[in-house]
Design a protein around this ligand. Structure first.
Ligand SMILES: [Zn+2]
Length: 424
């Protein structure tokens, strides 16, 4: 039977490439997810699933400890859920979760072809979101379809989720949890290089706004530059980054990582023109922090660091600053690698691929935290292999998507057990 499942996925290879190309070509940048979500809803319906557009009610999630202040309104932006209910439950229930949102393309002129044009070169399929993580949504769709092709369906509830805002808040996945979607396990089909994720970082976004004291550049010392101050403050934060990366300060999951903690100055805005001492400067910063630390703890450490650097700057007298938090306020989490779900997923990978899956130690965040930290649902990430994720010319290995779909299909058959679609 499992041989048949693997073969069925293999015969869907062309469909895999077609579907993934179609989904890449529905640009789903923040706020613009609708056309891609409509496409996913159509696929769910075609698989015979009950389809729900889950509207995100911010009032319902705002008080949740996993909530992150959102960047834009949720009007017209839904999660899409495809729900399979068996005729008779025999196995364990399962959530497959993927995020539909993709990150900004950067300078589009640097791409070999337009970022939302899907194109194939050998085993590589290029396009923004192809790896992260439309590959994962396609992999679970193909896994489900392969079982159907063989005349079977899972003998347990399976909930397929396509959520918004994984890349900046996680509020899409949080809304699903708060709405009550639950199962015996969840797999987020992020591109993990076909490994099983063992831990993920905490991630926090903060904005620092500095107000200086303008003056003519010819008498610059009569003013106080907001941009100079911004540089000083970020320098102090980078020292904190180095401190957290020191071997003795590391979380045990990240002992062997190259550089687990990353503070990224993702965006800077400031000043008026070359001949005036700048009045204002704004820094948008992303900070990574270890699992086990609370967001409150991290905030107070960062704020103290910024305050010290501010005080240490000569003649800061007239200047002011404030720190705001918008976007990710995401705690890190460790995955329990001894749960039956992880063991079963590793076994499925070994049996399908022939080697033990690697462990994926992630230095970013994923939606797995909601299931693990707040839902009591064992969750990990498992999915395809890609490159240039969040960069230029993002690509995914087609073989790796097909492999992931095979593993997910075999896992689903074992975890949920199977029942015939049309009993004789
Ligand atoms: Zn992702």
């Amino acid at each position: 039977m499992e041989r048949d499942i693997i073969t069925a996925v293999e015969t869907l290879r062309g469909q895999t490439v077609d579907w993934l190309s179609q989904l890449i070509e529905k640009p789903s940048l923040l706020g613009d997810e609708a056309s891609a979500q409509t496409w996913v809803a159509e696929q769910f319906a075609a698989l015979g699933l009950d389809v729900t557009d889950l509207v995100i009610d911010e009032a319902a999630i705002r008080e949740h400890p996993g909530y992150s202040p959102s960047l834009i309104s949720y009007d017209g932006r839904v999660n899409v859920i495809g729900h399979h209910r068996p005729k008779q439950t025999r196995g364990r229930s399962l959530i497959f979760n993927g995020h539909i949102d993709v990150v900004p393309v950067g300078d589009a002129s640097l791409w070999t072809r337009p970022p939302f044009e899907a194109w194939v070169d050998g085993d590589r399929l290029y396009g923004r979101g192809g790896a992260d993580m439309k590959s994962g949504i396609i992999a679970y769709l193909i896994a489900f379809k392969a079982l159907q092709k063989l005349g079977y369906a899972p003998a347990a509830e399976v909930i397929l989720q396509s959520v918004v805002e994984e890349e900046c808040t996680g509020n899409g996945a949080l809304a699903c949890l708060v709405a009550g979607y639950s199962a015996d396990a969840a797999i987020i089909t992020e591109p993990t290089n076909n490994g099983v994720m063992s831990c993920q970082m905490g991630v926090m976004w903060l904005t620092v706004e500095i107000e200086g004291h303008p003056a003519h550049a010819a008498v610059a010392s009569e003013g106080f530059s907001a941009v100079d101050m911004a540089m000083k403050l970020f320098e102090a934060l980078k020292q904190r980054e180095a401190h957290w990366n020191e071997p003795e300060n590391r979380h045990h999951c990240y002992t062997h990582s190259h550089k687990p903690i990353n503070f990224n100055l993702g965006k800077i805005e400031g000043g008026e023109w070359a001949s005036s001492v700048p009045t204002r400067c704004r820094l948008d910063i992303r900070v990574g922090f270890y699992p086990g630390r609370t967001t409150e703890e991290v905030r107070s450490e960062l704020e103290a660091c910024i305050q010290d650097a501010f005080e240490a700057h000569p003649a800061h007298g007239d200047a002011q600053y404030r720190v705001r938090y918008q976007g990710f306020q995401a705690e890190g989490c460790e995955v329990d690698m001894n749960t039956p779900m992880v063991k079963s997923l590793q076994a499925a990978h070994l049996d399908v691929i022939g080697t033990n899956p690697g462990q994926f130690t992630f230095t970013g965040t994923t939606d797995a935290r909601f299931f693990n930290l707040y839902g009591g649902i064992p969750a990990t990430c498992y999915g395809a292999t890609g490159g240039n994720i969040h960069g230029i010319d993002e690509w995914v290995s087609i073989d790796s998507v097909v492999d992931a779909a095979k593993v997910l299909a075999v896992f689903m058959a074992r975890w949920c057990e199977l029942e015939p679609l049309n009993p004789a």
